[in-house]
Design a protein around this ligand. Structure first.
Ligand code: ASP
Length: 410
């Protein structure tokens, strides 16, 4: 485990200064947009080699296929149960706060969503596989790369001596990439400043942002409040309840990843930092963080799931559709699936929201109401997504040692 540095404080300072400058100077902050873009691209540049090597090293570190299977199961149960809890938190809050009551729906279907009306469960299943991995890498479609690397790493462990040098090669690749991540992080305080100030500036600065926020203020408040309940209460309780780790320390040590998530709005781009925080600062075992975090960044999205349930019910309340228990159960299930299907990129959740709305027959026009402010709420939910993954790494690490390695014996 590495000692603490000033970096998290500098990054937090970058976020605060970014908000201040974007708020006050508005569109003028366009001039630093390129700095943010460079930071984002440098992070993205590391993602594909990091995922491939992490999955191969992670799966081979877990041991034989039975042990790996058990750890996989623990991971799956953690992902599904925390996502389901997040959706439930969202549903409770939106029912209590009724943000859509009295709001008039007066927007067309957003352009980027037209033609997406038939996103369904089979589309999510299809996205696990790709006929052309190079194409998927170029498009940053992570799921097929994870599937391939897991299979490849799993098979390598069965090859005996022939597999060992290949695993050792990817182990070296992984270590080198992580060293690069470490270097890139020196850019981070300036990078997050540039990303946030230019985005807030492009949105019109503080006054326009506030006006947009207030237009659907009760909705934004419901989303933020529900995210806080999940991020500040539920996840820390799970972390403490299972691992007995101090949630505050764990949170502090994850802050570099959380500020990066807030600035980039992308779990995938944040992945290098998330792994660095879990492994280097929180002392999560390498095999657990390399196995859990890349999958988590792609499929485990508590914030997105919560957001989708609030958004769907908000739209239902706006159009006066009274969704009963059965319908809300459908929202519950589809929001969970939609979050799994959403890519770890900015505003992906809006696209998979179509699936939830279709399932209960709500109008896609409703999404138009959410567009103006989505860039901001996206950052909030991405932060919770990354926090959920980070907590998951500690939980799986703990349970893997307890249940798989020691077979339940202390
Ligand atoms: N931007 C989110 C993420 O990368 C996904 C979403 O909810 O749009 O985690």
């Amino acid at each position: 485990m590495k000692g603490k540095t000033f970096l998290p404080y500098l990054m937090f300072g970058g976020v605060v200064l970014g908000i201040f400058c974007g708020w006050v100077f508005g569109k003028k902050m366009d001039s630093v947009d390129w700095i943010g873009e460079i930071f984002l691209n440098v992070l993205k540049m590391l993602v594909i080699p990091l995922i491939v090597s992490s999955m191969i090293v992670g799966i081979s570190g877990l041991g034989d296929i039975r042990k790996a299977g058990k750890t996989g199961l623990i991971t799956l149960v953690y992902f599904l149960s925390t996502t389901a809890i997040a959706v439930a938190v969202g549903l409770v809050m939106v029912n209590l706060m009724q943000p859509g009551a009295g709001v008039e729906l007066n927007t067309p279907v957003p352009e980027k969503l037209s033609g997406k009306g038939d996103v369904g469960i089979t589309d999510i299943l299809k996205s696990f596989f790709s006929p052309n991995l190079i194409h998927s890498m170029a498009q940053m479609e992570i799921l097929p790369i994870i599937v391939f690397s897991l299979l490849f790493g799993g098979v390598l462990t069965t090859l005996g001596d022939k597999g060992k040098p290949v695993i050792a090669f990817f182990d070296g690749v992984n270590e080198a990439i992580m060293k690069m991540v470490h270097l890139v992080m020196y850019l981070a305080p300036v990078g997050v400043f540039a990303l946030i100030s230019s985005k807030l500036g492009a949105a019109g600065g503080g006054d326009l942002f506030l006006a947009q926020l207030l237009k659907i203020g009760k909705y934004s408040l419901t989303v933020i409040f529900a995210l806080l309940v999940h991020g500040v209460l539920v996840l820390p309780l799970i972390l403490w309840g299972i691992t007995r780790r101090n949630p505050l320390d764990y949170f502090k040590n994850t802050s570099e990843a959380l500020t990066t998530a807030f600035s980039t709005a992308s779990s995938s781009a944040t992945l290098p930092v998330t792994i660095e925080c879990a492994e280097e600062y929180n002392g999560v075992s390498r095999k657990a963080s390399l196995f859990v975090l890349p999958i988590g960044a792609t499929v485990n999205m508590d914030g997105t799931a919560l957001y989708e349930s609030v958004a769907a019910l908000f739209i239902a309340q706006m159009v006066g559709a009274d969704l009963g228990m059965g319908q809300q159960m459908i929202v519950f299930l589809t929001a969970t699936l939609a979050a799994i299907g959403a890519a770890g990129i900015p505003e992906a959740g809006l696209v998979t929201l179509v699936m939830v709305l279709n399932a209960v027959g709500l109008p896609l026009e409703g999404i138009g109401m959410l567009l103006a402010i989505d860039w901001f709420l996206d950052r909030c939910r991405t932060t919770v997504n990354v926090w959920g993954d980070s907590v998951g790494a500690a939980v799986v690490d703990f349970l893997e040692v307890k249940l798989v390695e020691h077979g339940g014996e202390p």
